[in-house]
Ligand binder design. Structure first.
Ligand code: NDP
Ligand code: 8X3
Length: 267
């Protein structure tokens, strides 16, 4: 709690899954530490509901500000920081979580639109957000900068699989960007943290199958996937280590998972 005292946390993709859970987990961890949360996603009504639920369910004094933001739109990101109310602008922790997968097509059947939306969201959006927030971090403190950048990658970024070429490529790009950035910032106190989840049950597969819930459910049949809360705990753990501790790289599986596509299924 002490380590989150007075901090402002910005989470992208906070309307569902891991991002939503992360918002709750920060509030639960530091309910009375003057914590502020900036929650962003495209679904603004959902964000507003989550903001209300956080105050209610966690019984906290956390201040929550919801902002509609499509990270795949560079112009929207350009105006984003300037558009924040002054009391939410001093961001200390950026959780780059917004991301998605579309389809399981193999080349040459991959839809151009799916490819574009995945790269623009998972890669360009994450990089644009990072570049928008970094000046705030670089201006903080006396050691060249201070703040946390927590990038959500995936096992898919380490292990390309059939039917996932574009998604896997976007997450490999996230991993490369994360690792370069950490090296670029070693003279500062800016921590660049990589979190690579395995199988987590969220809206991820529903989005992958264009809203087909039965296809999404089949992904998890016989498995016991991680919950988004499991990943949120790791994110908040990383953010609450001593300043000199950088959780640079993590890979988080449920116990039945051995690789991106190796699952033990109970029949
Ligand atoms: P969900 O689909 O449940 O959540 C994704 C979130 O991203 C939503 O809040 C969605 O909000 C947001 N989002 C999508 N596109 C945009 C956009 N253009 N601009 C802003 N926000 C956007 O999935 P998860 O919680 O599982 O996914 C979160 C992250 O975790 C992603 O980066 C994903 O790749 C990664 N991941 C997921 C794994 C899994 O098995 N579930 C495993 C490994 C990594 P909205 O639609 O309102 O914009
Ligand atoms: C989501 C996990 O490997 O099933 O990043 O695509 S995977």
């Amino acid at each position: 709690t002490r380590r989150l005292q007075g901090k402002t946390v910005l989470i992208t993709g906070a309307s569902s899954g891991i991002g939503r859970s992360t918002a709750f987990e920060f509030a639960r961890t530091a309910p009375n530490a003057g914590l502020k949360l900036v929650l962003t996603a495209r679904r603004f009504d959902t964000l507003q509901q989550i903001a209300a639920d956080i105050s209610k369910e966690t019984n906290s004094n956390v201040k929550v500000h919801a902002v509609q933001l499509d990270v795949s739109d560079p112009a929207a990101i350009r105006g984003f920081v300037a558009g924040l109310p002054a009391e939410f602008r001093d961001i200390h922790i950026l959780v780059n979580n917004a991301g998605l997968v579309r389809g399981v097509a193999k080349a040459p059947e991959i839809a151009e639109e799916d490819m574009e939306v995945m790269f623009q969201t998972n890669v360009t959006g994450l990089i644009n957000m990072t570049q928008a927030i970094l000046p705030i971090f670089l201006a903080r403190g006396s050691e060249g900068g201070e703040g946390d950048i927590i990038n959500i990658g995936s096992i898919a970024g380490r292990e390309p699989y059939v039917g996932g070429s574009i998604y896997c490529a976007t997450k490999a790009a996230v991993r490369s960007f994360t690792d370069s950035l950490r090296k670029e910032l070693i003279a500062t106190r800016i921590r660049v943290i990589g979190i690579d989840p395995g199988q987590v049950e969220t809206e991820f597969s529903v989005v992958r199958f264009y809203g087909d819930k039965s296809k999404a459910d089949a992904v998890y049949s016989g498995c016991e996937p991680l919950t988004p809360d499991d990943i949120a705990e790791v994110i908040v753990f990383a953010a609450t280590r001593r300043q000199n501790v950088v959780i640079a790289d993590t890979l988080i599986f449920p116990s039945h998972q051995g690789a991106a596509t190796i699952m033990h299924r109970k029949s």
